[in-house]
Design a protein around this ligand. Structure first.
Ligand code: XMP
Length: 492
């Protein structure tokens, strides 16, 4: 929907109509799902939402919900239908406006609509689904049995577009520019004459959040950039240069390298490292905030996936802590500020587009993600200044080669890991006993799953050769070929 420039939000199907109505939606879309509408505990929708006169599109299970709640009948199909099908279209109007009379679509369902609710009519059929698309008398409540959202339905985008613009009358004027205008107005109204603090991590999310707040209220914002000593080579300088130099944002720079490294002295357990870094960050941040006097608000770059994850039904939440994530923008529990989260409803790619629109340099907009605890979790075992320097050298080579070969934008992350292993090697005529560096380059859409990048051998060869030659203390380089799952992206 958002790709069609229509703003949309995901809400739970259990949301009562009164609550939905208060959000003034233009239209509703009921998603697909694997359940059967009759099954006990099957996800339902408040029937009032279907009778409110709002345009509704039900996809697969969503269509069955419409039929079920408006007086039709849903039953198990004689044959489960899964895979490609050909749609015979009866009415080339509404969602099928300007489309041919036959369309390849993707089906995936066990139940189907057996009998239409009163006043409904079929719009299209397939061999196994006589009611493959249906609508009410006014043409405003539409159900489709196939999946327009998958690539195997080549006209899917047009169908959704037709629903949004033709059936529902959405304007399609939600763009990065309009988002910025709205966000700036909202921030101004929220902040008034108050003061805002924002923690910069060097990543794109906190930087874009800061830029929006800066555009809204300028001098009432102060950003804090904490150098925890666990950043990559030249990172602090580069970030400050971009944010300070080009964008003219108030920044307090706290070089706390020594404090962090002292606290990490002798610590090898990854979870302990994470906890120590998180706690120390809060301390430094609190001290910095105190210098600024009275602060009312904390701006942070929370994104929509975090919001969805934290509001998902319990069944969707994982009960196991794989890694204690530390986000530099995270609200320190001891600090009582009101939150400003201008990116709360955006996905990462949208944040990037907003960043570009705000004038952020491409180099910053397309930076790979970098974990809050930084190199500490890529320096397996003890974190010492010497080992960090070694890791920085190797990391520099990996990113440099990936960029030189034009692979940076195609990969999700590319980095080096310093292992706690030493192996024997031979350099010149001498025996060496030195460190093993692992190279990790992955492709991913959202970091939930990932695959190792099939880098050309020449690139791997060049990375290995340069690391061993340029980074003293390393005599062996290995490439990680584990997808996620079962591996995670970071090693720790
Ligand atoms: P894993 O290693 O769990 O990482 O596959 C998934 C993604 O999250 C990043 N990551 C972090 N990001 N704070 C962050 O903001 C953290 O503490 C953190 N730990 C891991 C990781 O780099 C990958 O992109």
């Amino acid at each position: 929907m958002r790709e069609a420039h229509v703003y949309c939000e995901l809400v739970s199907g259990t949301t009562p109509w009164a609550e939905l109505e208060a959000r003034h939606p233009t239209a509703l879309i009921l998603s697909g799902g694997p359940a059967s509408v009759y099954a006990e505990g099957a996800p339902q929708v408040d029937p009032a939402a279907l009778r409110a006169g709002l345009p509704v599109l039900g996809i697969c299970y969503g269509m069955q919900l419409i039929a079920h709640h408006l007086g039709g009948e849903v039953a198990p199909a004689g044959k489960r239908e899964y895979g490609p099908a050909t749609l015979e279209i009866r009415e080339r109007a509404g969602i099928f406006e300007k489309l041919p009379s036959e369309l390849p679509v993707w089906m995936s369902h066990g139940d189907h609509v057996l009998r239409l609710p009163a006043g409904f009519r079929p719009l299209a059929s397939s061999v196994n689904s006589p009611l493959a698309a249906i609508t009410n008398g006014a043409g405003t409540v539409v159900g489709i049995q196939f999946h327009p959202e998958v690539v195997h339905t080549p006209s899917g985008k047009e169908i959704l577009h037709n629903f949004l613009h033709g059936v529902a009358g959405c304007r399609g004027d939600w763009t990065p520019g309009s988002f910025i205008t709205d966000a700036v107005e909202r921030i101004r109204a929220q902040v008034g004459t108050g003061h805002v603090i924002c923690a910069l991590s060097g990543g794109v999310d906190s930087a874009v959040a800061a830029m929006l707040v800066d555009r809204a209220i300028g001098d009432q914002l102060t950003c804090v950039f904490v150098n925890n000593g666990l950043l990559r080579r030249n990172e602090a300088e580069r970030v400050l240069d971009v944010l300070h130099g080009h964008l003219d944002i108030n920044i307090r720079y706290a070089d706390s390298t020594d404090r962090f490294l002292e606290k990490l002295d002798g610590v090898t357990d990854p979870e302990r490292k994470r906890k120590i870094i998180g706690a120390e960050f809060i301390q430094v941040f609190e001290e910095e905030a105190k210098h600024l006097g009275h602060i009312d608000f904390l701006a942070q770059g929370t994104l929509y996936p975090d919001v969805i994850e934290s509001t998902a039904p319990d069944t969707a939440k994982s009960a196991v802590t794989i890694k204690t994530h530390h986000n530099v923008g995270g609200l320190p529990p001891g600090l009582r500020f009101t939150l400003i989260e201008p990116l709360r409803y955006l996905f990462k790619d949208e944040v990037r587009r907003v960043g570009l629109e705000l004038g952020m340099p491409e180099e910053m907009v397309y930076r790979h993600p970098f974990p809050g605890p930084g190199l500490a979790i890529r320096c397996l075992g003890a974190v010492t200044p010497e080992r960090l320097e070694m890791l920085r050298g190797a990391d520099w080579v990996v990113v440099d080669e990936i960029k030189k070969h034009g692979l940076y934008r195609q990969t999700w992350q590319a980095f080096a890991v310093l292992t706690p292993i030493q192996t024997v090697g031979v350099m010149g005529d001498g025996r060496t006993y030195a460190n093993v560096v692992a190279v990790r380059v992955v492709t991913s859409e959202d970091a939930m799953t990932a695959d190792w990048a099939r880098l050309p051998y020449e690139v791997l060869a060049r990375i290995s050769n340069r690391i061993v030659n340029e980074v003293p203390g390393v005599n062996r380089v290995v490439y990680d070929i584990t997808p996620k799952p079962p591996g995670t992206i970071e090693w720790e």
